[in-house]
Design a binder for this molecule. Structure first.
Ligand code: PGA
Length: 251
C-alpha cells in the first residue's frame, strides 16, 4: 500500500487580520518546530498581508497562501489578483472555490476549475474546496453533490504536489457543528476513490483536508479518520495557540 500523504494543516484567515496580526504568525512559526517533522503548516492571510507574511515566513516551516485568485495572469479585472501575483509576492498556495466564494461571488464549478488551473500554471498549490449544504445532506444528496463539484472543478491534471482537496460541509463552517467520524470517513473515501479512478498515479497521493469547525478539542478525532490528510481551519486559525493546538494532533 502507498504511504499516506504528508498531512497539511492550513489556516484560512478570511477577511481578518491587520498589520498587528503579524505577531500571531510569528507565534505560529515559533511553535512550528515541533510539528514540522510530521506535517506541513500553512497560513492564508488576506491579500493585504500576503507579501508581509511571506517575508516573515521565509525559511520557516510555515507556508503562506492566498484565499482566492483570478483565472487570468493579468488584465483589466479591477480588484482581482492573479495567481502569478501571489507567487510574485512569495505566496506558495491559494485556496480556490471556498463555499463563501461560491455563495457570495457566484463562483460556479467551471470558474473554480479555471482558478485551480491558474494556480498550478503559476507554480502554486491549489487548495480546492468542495462541500454540500445542509439541505443537500438532509436530502441524502451529499455524494451526488460532491461528485458533481469534483467533475466540474477539478483541473485536468491531478498532481499531488500542486493540488489539495478540502472537504468542507457548508453547514459545518463557522457553526461549531461537525459531521461524525463515520460521515467524514464515508465522504473522504468517496473523494479518494474518485481521484484514484480519474488518475491512478496522481490520485492516491493527493491530500484531502477536512474543514468546518475544527478546533483543538475535536482535531485529534477528525484528523485520525482514514483518508483525512489534514485540516482547513477558519476561526480557530486566528489565534496561534488554537492553530498550533490543532496541528499538535500530528506532533
Ligand atoms: P471554520 O471555517 O473553521 O471557522 O468553520 C472553515 C473554513 O471556512 O475554511
Amino acid at each position: 500500500m502507498a504511504t499516506a500523504p504528508r498531512p497539511l494543516v492550513a489556516g484560512n484567515w478570511k477577511m481578518n487580520g491587520l498589520s498587528a496580526s503579524a505577531g500571531e504568525l510569528e507565534a505560529i512559526i515559533a511553535g512550528a518546530a515541533g510539528i514540522a517533522a510530521e506535517a506541513d503548516l500553512m497560513v492564508c492571510p488576506p491579500a493585504t498581508l500576503l507579501a508581509r507574511f511571506a517575508a516573515i515566513a521565509r525559511g520557516a516551516p510555515v507556508l503562506i497562501g492566498a484565499q482566492d485568485c483570478h483565472a487570468e495572469p493579468a488584465g483589466a479585472f479591477t480588484g482581482d489578483i492573479s495567481a502569478e501575483m501571489i507567487a510574485d509576492c512569495g505566496g506558495q498556495a491559494v485556496i480556490v472555490g471556498h463555499s463563501e466564494r461560491r455563495f457570495y461571488h457566484q463562483e460556479d464549478d467551471p470558474a473554480v476549475k479555471a482558478k485551480a488551473m491558474a494556480a498550478m500554471r503559476a507554480g502554486l498549490i491549489a487548495i480546492l474546496c468542495i462541500g454540500e449544504t445542509k439541505q443537500e445532506r438532509d436530502a441524502g444528496a451529499t455524494l451526488v453533490r460532491l461528485e458533481k463539484q469534483l467533475q466540474g472543478s477539478l483541473p485536468e491534471r491531478l498532481d499531488a504536489a500542486s493540488l489539495v482537496i478540502a472537504y468542507e460541509p457548508v453547514w459545518a463552517i463557522g457553526t461549531g457543528v461537525t459531521p461524525g467520524p463515520a460521515d467524514v470517513e464515508e465522504v473522504h473515501a468517496f473523494i479518494r476513490q474518485f481521484l484514484t479512478a480519474r488518475d491512478p498515479s496522481g490520485g492516491p497521493g493527493i491530500r484531502i483536508l477536512y474543514g468546518g469547525s475544527v478546533k483543538p478539542s475535536n482535531a485529534r478525532d477528525l484528523l485520525a479518520v482514514r483518508n483525512v490528510n489534514g485540516a482547513l481551519v477558519g476561526g480557530a486559525s486566528l489565534k496561534a495557540a488554537d492553530f498550533l493546538g490543532i496541528a499538535a494532533a500530528y506532533a
